[in-house]
Design a protein around this ligand. Structure first.
Ligand code: BMA
Length: 358
């Protein structure tokens, strides 16, 4: 794998008149993997934490972080979600102002960090949210010829407007994630393989070709849990449309015992082995785009469950989900005072795991 990564880095550097922000971000990712490092990422790190929230983002320095409170470092990767941008809203689905996201993202990139954007857009056909799976006609309805196509292109326009507003910086974009599960309207049982692929490609063509947003690193991130290569590839949009191969694999919330911990570690290893094989064949870097254990009810989750699962794979980063300020049990990173703090710190101190500025 190291040879492959070295070759990919060389290819990324070759015959380029100048490095674009996307070239630099791709190289940053490839270099992490080549050096055998795994960057740590956290969703919604600056807007809020377990029991706090930024009140006035325009004046706030946005320098607080649950992760930094415990480890002394910011996550190298920060994730944000665009849900509700499709309506032209000023805040996303979790109440985070888009102005804050823009400011925090640019600040993080400026200091050498990596930003990844996900998007949970509402269900345009039913009026429900992204998790409304009551109709299996939604994807069909937004494709060319579908009754919601024109309206949906306006939704994409608003998403693209936000990306454009970031300026000449590169970010990872991870639309239509966890599509091999069936809990979002674009999930496996809610559309055909062909419809899903068309949705992904239509999004890519609109952003890249129609809007000229060439600084996005496109991440494909199906859901894991003992996924095999065929399962991973079934809805793959194609090499031209994907730069980074991701995977979302969570430990179950019902996690209670040592057996479930072992089961998670083994499943994740299986998932990552498949992902690694796809990576070698398709010559693209990989990441664990979302993972975690809600509420972390295991004092050794980081060093004895998650780390053993990832340590033998060249994933560029792993990202744990958000620490909600308004839902006390909904957190995926340790915070100051939480009982699992010491283990998170020990994980952060491992040579292989890197944070910003380490
Ligand atoms: C989910 C939960 C929800 C949230 C959504 C989008 O996993 O955290 O509370 O609204 O992600 O961020």
């Amino acid at each position: 794998m190291t040879l492959l990564l070295a070759a990919l880095i060389a290819a990324a550097c070759a015959n380029k008149p100048a490095d674009t922000p996307k070239d630099l971000l791709m190289r940053q990712l490839l270099t992490l993997a080549e050096e055998g490092k795994i960057a740590y990422g956290h969703q919604d790190d600056p807007p809020y934490g377990h029991s706090w929230k930024v009140e006035d983002w325009e004046t706030d320095p946005l320098d607080r972080s649950d992760v930094k409170d415990v480890t002394g470092y910011y996550p190298l990767v920060m994730g944000f979600d665009l849900g509700d941008i499709e309506h032209g809203a000023s805040e996303n689905l979790d109440g985070v102002p888009f102005g804050l996201i823009r400011k925090a993202a640019l600040q993080h990139i400026e200091r050498g960090g990596i930003v990844t954007l996900s998007w949970h857009p509402d269900n345009i056909l039913t009026g429900g949210d992204a998790w409304d799976v009551s109709s299996d006609q939604v994807v069909k309805s937004v494709l060319p010829g579908g009754e919601k196509h024109t309206e949906f292109m306006e939704w994409l326009r608003r998403g693209a407007d936000f990306v454009e507003s970031l300026g000449n910086v590169a970010v990872i974009f991870r639309p239509w994630h966890e599509n091999t599960g069936s809990w979002f309207w674009w999930g496996a049982k809610l559309c055909t393989t062909q419809e899903f692929i068309e949705l992904f490609r239509m999004t890519w063509v609109y952003f890249v070709k129609d809007r000229g947003l060439t600084n996005l690193v496109w991440c494909y991130s199906p859901d894991g849990w003992a996924s095999d290569i065929e399962g991973y590839m079934e809805r793959y949009p194609g090499d031209e449309f994907v730069d980074l191969l991701g995977l979302d694999t969570y430990a179950y919330t019902e996690y209670e015992s040592k057996e479930s911990a072992v089961r998670f570690t083994e499943c994740l290893k299986t998932d990552l082995a498949s992902l690694n094989a796809v990576s070698v064949e398709h010559r693209k870097p990989i990441c664990l785009s979302e993972t975690g254990l809600e509420g972390i009810p295991d004092p050794k989750w980081w060093t004895e469950v998650l780390y053993p699962a990832v340590k033998d794979f060249p994933i560029t980063y792993l990202l744990t989900w958000r620490n909600a300020w308004d839902k006390p049990g909904h957190f995926y990173a340790a915070w100051k005072g939480f009982e699992n703090e010491a283990d998170f710190k020990a994980f952060a101190e491992l040579d292989q795991i890197v944070f910003l500025g380490e």
